[in-house]
Design a protein around this ligand. Structure first.
Ligand code: PXL
Length: 278
């Protein structure tokens, strides 16, 4: 069984980061090791959340794994809380690298034109440097704009704008960039990616549901990483991740008393398994 590592926080309640990545990647049939970077009572969209920073433990944990000769077939990162944590992730990428290992970075920092609480433009630029050390990055349009030091466009991005953004994202250093939240026409939403080595674009769109939920970026990233580790092509991985995310949102809104803070990806796991085996 392939062993992968997910590095991000534990938001105890909120359905994001590790409480999303661990079940999704495990359900996909991958041994999922975790490196929790912080423990929060909830994600940061709640008021009054607690925050226990685990930065000082990260290096010791990684050192122990090294001493035990533990290796990973892939490493995925999500929300990181500080410059120091980004630095430590870069060290882990270097120390655990072996040819064929997939370094997958979701620069989880913001959405809808705004950075999450606690982040600023300098942090976004630093995250851009981490993206340069990945094999694939999966920002949304907000994160892409902030990492590239550009203004977020409130009005719709054209496909030509998206193609240009993707090339500029690859110029940060990752050979493949995928932009989420791309809408090629009203009623459709999905992802477009650029493989700079092949000079090829690929894309996958599904139904655009007129709702917005926290944690959908984490659901998408976890499923995309799992699909790639499963051996699906980039094109198929994008399809798996988009359709699983859309199904998670459908399941959420179908339940009348759904909560506001995350999506019911749990109910969509059967669909994920179908998509992974197609
Ligand atoms: O879903 C991304 C995410 C992850 N972790 C924490 C967050 C957020 C988004 O707000 O606050 C702590």
């Amino acid at each position: 069984m392939k062993r992968v590592l997910s590095i991000q926080d534990i938001s105890c309640v909120g359905k994001c980061s590790l409480t999303v990545a661990l079940p999704i990647i495990s359900a996909a049939g991958l041994e999922t090791s975790i490196l929790p970077t912080a423990v929060l009572s909830t994600h940061t969209a709640f008021k009054g959340f607690t925050f226990r920073d685990l930065t000082d433990d990260l290096q010791a944990i990684a050192d122990h794994w090294k001493a035990e000769n533990i290796t990973f077939d892939g490493i995925a990162t999500g929300y990181l809380g500080s410059f120091r944590q980004i630095e430590l992730v870069e060290t882990i990428f270097t120390d655990f690298y072996h040819p064929g290992m997939l370094r997958f970075v979701d620069p989880a920092m913001g959405d809808n034109g705004k950075l999450y609480t606690g982040f600023d433009e300098a942090f976004a630029r630093r995250m851009g440097k981490l993206c340069g050390k990945a094999d694939i990055i999966v920002p949304n349009l907000t994160e892409a704009a902030f990492m590239l030091g550009e203004k977020y466009q409130e009005d719709q991005y054209s496909i030509e704008d998206i193609k240009l953004l993707l090339k500029r994202l690859c110029d940060l250093g990752a050979p493949v960039a995928a932009l989420t939240g791309v809408s090629p026409e009203p009623g459709k939403c999905g992802v477009m990616a650029y493989d700079s080595k092949k000079d090829e674009y690929c894309e996958y769109y599904s139904e655009h549901l007129p709702v917005s939920f926290h944690g959908t970026g984490d659901v998408f990233a976890s499923a995309c990483f799992a699909a790639m580790m499963h051996g699906q092509t980039l094109q198929k991985s994008l399809r798996t991740a988009v359709e699983f995310t859309v199904e998670s949102i459908r399941k959420t809104v179908a339940y009348e008393n759904h909560n506001w803070y995350g999506v019911d990806f749990e109910s969509a796991v059967p669909k994920l398994l179908e998509l992974l085996n197609e």
